[in-house]
Write a protein that binds this ligand. Structure first.
Ligand code: NDP
Ligand code: OXD
Length: 309
């Protein structure tokens, strides 16, 4: 049994070491692979070159190193009929909840304004707003969105969420479908995007969406860069409809040197690090799934490729 590893976010041989330690019977190879493609049973990949995976005729499953699988869905030659498994692992979930909490508190406590004041050497207090007077609205109530909301409960924010199918979550006002979006946005002061990128969700953070938020709301995009219409964000920030944005993901990564986001005073940015899969914890999810498949059980977290997530 052999597994091919292709990941840009591996540090050293972390995946190889973790897999060898947890599953010595599994042979591991790192990409680029020069051996016989027919000998590869599993692929564990992040952003493989388009057309790469079709080279392996005996693949039994494709594991995404990340939670998002848009890097696979966008491959026009992705082999069909082979299960694609997204990453669900405690380290990735914990990292995302940390980042979302940090970003929400940054906006709630006016840190973008204080950073501007600091640049101008201005010493001025901005009146504090009680957390229970603000609503945090989560676009996406999946593994990551739900955990982040759960962690935010500690701060007393009003919490709301929006998903495709109806949900009932204690302490969270739930909305769903296109019919529920406007009511969700109308009360949301800090909007967080944790949606997968699909044809339905692309461009969802646009001027129409921003106009439906209360004036002065802020936006946190940790989903994918293509969820955001970039010019619409700049217009909404410059008009004051939005007071700030935290962006971790971008249409083009790395963000081009001349991109206006770099210098925008009301944008806080990070280079797609909101959360990272940690091989030493994620290895258990991959190994358990391979063992399931090998013993004839159903795989967990298989993506519905028609739905796109
Ligand atoms: P899940 O698949 O668990 O959850 C997706 C959620 O989005 C579900 O609640 C789903 O609704 C909802 N959704 C999907 N399509 C629609 C739609 N058309 N309308 C309304 N709701 C919709 O994903 P995860 O929580 O694991 O991950 C979410 C995304 O976060 C990833 O796809 C990835 O893009 C991003 N991510 C970013 C990282 C970073 O470092 N910046 C790290 C990890 C992930 P329903 O429940 O009804 O199906
Ligand atoms: C992911 C990511 O999808 O890191 O896991 O973006």
């Amino acid at each position: 049994m052999a597994l091919l590893i292709k990941t840009d976010i591996d540090r050293g041989n972390a995946w190889t070491e973790a897999l060898n330690a947890h599953y010595p019977e599994l042979k591991t190879f790192t990409w680029p692979y020069k051996g016989d493609p027919a000998k590869i049973d599993y692929a564990l990949v992040w952003q493989p070159p388009k057309g790469e995976l079709k080279r392996y005729p005996n693949l039994k499953a494709i594991f995404s190193v990340g939670a998002g699988i848009d890097h696979l869905a966008s491959d026009p030659e992705l082999p069909t009929g082979i299960p694609v498994v997204r990453m669900v692992e405690p380290g990735l979930t914990a990292g995302m909840s940390q980042y979302v909490t940090l970003a929400v508190l940054n906006h709630h406590r006016f840190m973008i304004d204080y950073a501007a004041q600091r640049r101008e050497k201005v010493w001025e207090e901005i009146p504090q707003i009680a957390a229970d007077a603000r609503q945090v609205g989560m676009l996406g109530l999946g593994v990551l969105g739900r955990d982040a909301l759960d962690k935010l409960k500690a701060f007393d924010f009003k919490l709301a969420g929006w998903s495709r199918s109806p949900k009932s979550i204690t302490g969270v006002t739930c909305f769903h479908g296109s019919g529920g979006l406007d009511a969700f946005l109308a009360e949301t002061d800090i909007l967080v995007c944790l949606l997968p990128l699909t044809p339905e969700t692309e461009g969802i953070l646009n001027s129409e969406t921003f106009a439906k938020l209360p004036a002065g709301a802020s936006v946190v995009n940790v989903g994918r860069g293509a969820h955001l219409v970039e010019d619409d964000l700049i217009a909404a920030l410059d008009s004051g409809q939005l007071s700030g944005a935290t962006l971790d993901v971008f249409r083009q990564e790395p963000l081009p040197e001349k991109h206006p986001f770099w210098k925008h005073p009301r944008i806080f940015m990070t280079p797609h690090i909101a959360s990272m899969t940690i091989p030493s914890s994620a290895v258990r999810a991959v190994v358990a799934n391979i063992q399931r498949l090998e013993s004839g059980e159903a795989l967990q977290h298989v993506v519905d490729m028609k739905r796109g997530y």
